[in-house]
Design a protein around this ligand. Structure first.
Ligand SMILES: NC(=O)c1ccc[n+]([C@@H]2O[C@H](COP(=O)([O-])OP(=O)(O)OC[C@H]3O[C@@H](n4cnc5c(N)ncnc54)[C@H](OP(=O)(O)O)[C@@H]3O)[C@@H](O)[C@H]2O)c1
Length: 361
């Protein structure tokens, strides 16, 4: 397989550190540039993350001595150095939109972890197992941007990864309605317990903007490409409540669902067990072998035990049973900074390379 030179924009942050870590042993991707704010620019990566390295493994050797570039001032330089960039920055939405377009217009594809472009109608928001066909909209986006190589592709919000993958193969039964309550880890807010001691022995029933994303983003994923735009699906209607819980990593969802044509419990489990997406067909390096794992034990999935399943890229499911008001209820779990953030973006980049949307220069 070809090798690709990769830049990480926002490489000093929580998600950026995860990207840097995931590049360490990646068979196709070689970490070539790291950029962040002017506060970090000019320092070595080791200096820039001193005192805030939040990963369980040490800083990769290949990253330590890279001099951090300025994400805004060095766009052209970075675009020349790499084949594409990952982007995960904490800036205002309109600033992120403009920054990502600058990279794309400099002919540098952007695989983004940010939400800024999720609702731009010619920007694909892709979970490789669910909607790989949305990548075809990239040609229309390139036409709008006036680019040959450059484009922006985004991954969806971390919360939806704990329930949308389980609902996806059941869409054929006609999902009438779904209700989800998410129990979201503190790393989703870029925090650890050391940096957010108020979360120990606590629960906060509010995550700004999260409920709207949890209800709406699955509809874009389930939408269709029409005339160079992604038109979102009209249903199924999802209602969501999102809570912050004292868990370091791993978002859990309690899901209730009703169908137009109700399948049996056995049918649902069989569909989950046999479900394979494009990522599995192409055998992408970060793809879990078994995307949806069902646990029969009544006390699973558990965040601490199951979030790292298949490198944190699999979705864990359990407790499927009939409900008194909906047809069924079940529980889902996904690793929010792996499948839900950097890992999901790496898998998307692998799909873009395998399908020829990103070429090495
Ligand atoms: N944490 C998660 O699980 C998660 C999940 C999904 C999506 N996201 C999204 O991913 C993005 C990053 O989140 P995070 O948790 O990694 O944030 P973070 O830890 O606060 O890191 C922010 C990064 O952005 C850089 N940055 C800040 N201001 C900048 C500027 N003016 N110009 C260039 N770079 C700048 C920072 O550089 P310095 O170090 O130099 O300040 C740092 O590298 C956000 O959009 C967030 O909503 C996060």
């Amino acid at each position: 397989m070809k090798q690709y030179k990769v830049g990480v924009i926002g490489g000093t942050g929580m998600v950026g550190q995860r990207f840097v870590t995931l590049m360490e042993h990646h068979p196709w991707f070689q970490l070539t540039a790291i950029a962040a704010s002017p506060r970090s620019a000019g320092k070595t990566y080791e200096e820039a993350v001193a005192g805030r390295w939040a990963m369980k493994t040490p800083i990769p050797e290949e990253a330590k001595s890279l001099v951090v570039l300025d994400a805004e001032a060095d766009v052209e330089k970075i675009a020349d150095m790499v084949d594409f960039v990952f982007c995960a920055v904490d800036m205002k939405k309109e600033e992120i939109r403009a920054l990502e377009e600058r990279y794309a217009k400099a002919e540098c594809p952007v695989v983004s972890n940010n939400s800024a472009h999720r609702w731009t109608d010619d920007v694909p928001m892709v979970v490789p197992e669910l909607n790989p066909e949305h990548l075809e909209v990239i040609s229309a986006q390139r036409q709008r941007l006036g680019t040959k190589r450059g484009f922006i592709a985004v991954k969806s919000n971390c919360s939806i990864q704990s329930y949308a993958p389980a609902l996806h193969p059941l869409l054929k039964f006609g999902i009438e309605k779904a209700l989800v309550c998410t129990y979201q880890a503190i790393s989703g807010a870029g925090k650890t317990f050391e940096r957010w001691p108020e979360m120990v022995d606590n629960l906060i029933p509010y995550i700004g903007g999260e409920e709207e994303k949890s209800e709406q983003e699955p509809l874009k994923v389930w939408g269709k490409v029409e005339n160079g735009k992604i038109v979102k699906a009209e249903g199924p209607a999802i209602t969501a409540q999102c809570l912050r819980v004292p868990v370091s990593d791993g978002h859990t969802a309690a899901v209730f669902v009703s169908f137009v044509n109700k399948p049996s419990e056995a049918e649902i489990k069989e569909i989950w067990a046999s479900f394979r997406g494009r990522a599995q067909e192409l055998d992408l390096p970060s793809a879990p072998k078994q995307f949806l794992h069902y646990f029969e034990e009544p006390d699973r999935p558990q965040a601490k035990l199951d979030r790292d399943l298949e490198g944190g890229m699999a979705i864990s499911l359990g407790r499927l049973r009939p409900d008194t008001q909906y047809d069924y209820k079940f529980v889902g779990l996904s690793h929010n900074t792996l499948r839900g953030a950097a890992g999901g973006a790496v898998l998307l980049a692998e799909l873009l390379c395998a399908e020829g949307y990103i070429e090495s220069k």
